[in-house]
Write a protein that binds this ligand. Structure first.
Ligand code: TXA
Ligand code: MG
Length: 345
């Protein structure tokens, strides 16, 4: 067990001194959790094979699931990967920000960081604490989401503490993650993009910059047995709450009527919309925001799922999100958490 140090990062000298200490931990091969605008990251030296092993051990993650390399500025990608024109276009449009790109890997990134792959995932986060930390390190930071394998990604330092206390040297508290869902991941092949994981950089936004964008099947569908995923992370069972999660589809009125009836006959937790609150019993009721407010729903989803798990519910209900815009990212996370269980009403 490590003695984990917690620090609220403030925008003053004390904050900067803490970031300098965090940077020296990272350079020494130790692990530091840091905030990003998507979710918190569990960071280690991206050029150090030992640090990668420590990350996998701390997270309890299989070591063939590759890590994302975080850089301080988009131009740094060329040091760790072979970039091209398409990368430059994406960088100009979306970086720093919630976009991760997959490119051919340079030797300086060890295979143990990329799960043995010849490619590497690169991201330049927008969060000021993350950027300052990477700058101070002078090395790229390899980081998966800072949850234990099988839990939802953490969107606040308290959730990180629940999962990783005693497993990392430092946890930097930068408040709540603004976006709340992990970054969009695209694989770049020449001029073509494959969307591997939807996020706040939407499919439509990618299409404005690149002509050829394909959505990988695994984003919306279950992988067939024996099917080889484009991204190793797609094959792992993702977060599943201890009570089964069931997604409701169909007319909104029918969904609300179903939920009202369900509350009378079973111990259910409900991820509901703000507009439904007056009509539902307050017990085990978790509001995820207004029905049309997808950014708020994204911001609150993982928090709500963690909260639902702490109730005594036998079953959890939530609305199936639309597949458009940011809805696709919500859809992708929820359909996996629900093991594709959808009730058509
Ligand atoms: O928002 C985010 O992306 C957060 C923050 C911390 O940056 N990170 C994150 O990392 O969500 P993680 O490890 O939980 O998810 C990364 C995903 C995994 O599913 C992994 O399989 C995929 O990216 N990935 C990483 N490198 C890859 C590669 N070379 N080829 C294909 N997929 C890759
Ligand atoms: Mg993750």
């Amino acid at each position: 067990m490590l003695q984990t140090e917690y620090i609220k990062i403030t925008e003053d000298e004390a904050g900067d001194a803490a970031l300098r200490r965090a940077a020296s931990h990272l350079r020494a091969g130790e692990l530091v959790v840091f905030p990003t605008e998507t979710v918190y990251g569990l960071g280690g030296d991206g050029t150090n094979a030992e640090a990668a092993k420590r990350i996998y051990a701390a997270k309890g993650r299989p070591s063939d699931n590759p890590l994302i390399i975080h850089i301080a500025s988009p131009e740094d990608a060329e040091k760790y990967a072979y970039t091209n024109k398409t990368y430059e276009k994406l960088a100009k449009a979306f970086m720093p920000g919630p976009l991760t790109v997959i490119l051919p890997r340079r030797e300086i990134i060890p295979p143990s960081t990329t799960g043995g792959l010849d490619s590497v995932a690169i991201r330049c986060p927008a969060h000021p604490v993350a950027r300052r930390l990477i700058e101070l390190c002078g090395i790229p930071i390899a980081a998966p989401s800072a949850n234990l394998s099988g839990k939802p990604s953490p969107t606040c330092a308290e959730h990180v503490r629940e999962d990783l206390d005693g497993r990392v040297s430092m946890i930097l508290d930068g408040g709540e993650s603004e976006i709340g869902l992990e970054s969009t991941i695209v694989k770049i092949d020449g001029e073509r993009l494959t969307l591997l994981r939807p996020g706040a950089v939407t499919y439509d936004a990618l299409c404005m910059v690149c002509e050829h964008v394909t959505i990988a099947d695994a984003v919306t569908h279950r992988l067939a047995e024996n099917e080889r995923p484009l991204s190793p992370g797609m094959k792992y069972r993702h977060y599943a709450p201890s009570a089964p999660l069931v997604l409701l589809a169909g007319e909104r009125d029918h969904q609300l009527a179903f939920l009202k009836a369900a509350q009378k006959k079973e111990k259910c937790a409900i991820l509901c919309y703000e507009e439904e609150m007056p009509y539902l019993d307050g017990e085990r009721l978790l509001c995820v925001g207004s029905a049309n407010d997808l950014p708020t729903q994204a911001h609150k989803l993982f928090h709500a799922l963690r909260d639902a798990d702490t109730t005594d519910a036998d079953i959890i209900y939530a609305h199936l999100p639309p597949m458009e815009g940011l809805g696709l990212a919500l859809y992708n996370r929820m359909i996996r958490a629900a093991a594709h269980t959808v009730l058509q009403l």
